[in-house]
Design a protein around this ligand. Sequence first.
Ligand code: FES
Length: 119
Amino acid sequence: MPTITYLTSGKSIEVGTEANLLRTSIRHGGEVPFKCGGGLCGTCRVKVVEGRENLSKVMRKEVDRIGREQIEEGYRLACQTFVNGDVTLVWGTDAESLPQPASSTRLANGRESAQPLSR
Ligand code: FES
């Protein structure tokens, strides 16, 4: 079973496949901040430290809200993202101070994005 590690709050939660990052956080005290729950406000933006390859495809709402550049840097909207393997994520000031993840990102158009990550 996949494990979601919410590094900023120090919680690790074992989940079923296709668990949503935000819903799991709400149910089990992961403490990811949120407002709308629908991909509109951007409050649930998290940075994936490990396991980007274990996440659902990037949704159009995510590109519209946080932009392709941040997505390539490892950011996702927790409310729009589902897991199919282990992932580790951070948010807030913790996200700014960590190195870039090295794995690629699956975009909604089906392409892989493995470009060098820049700041
Ligand atoms: S909670 Fe608003 S975009 Fe996720």
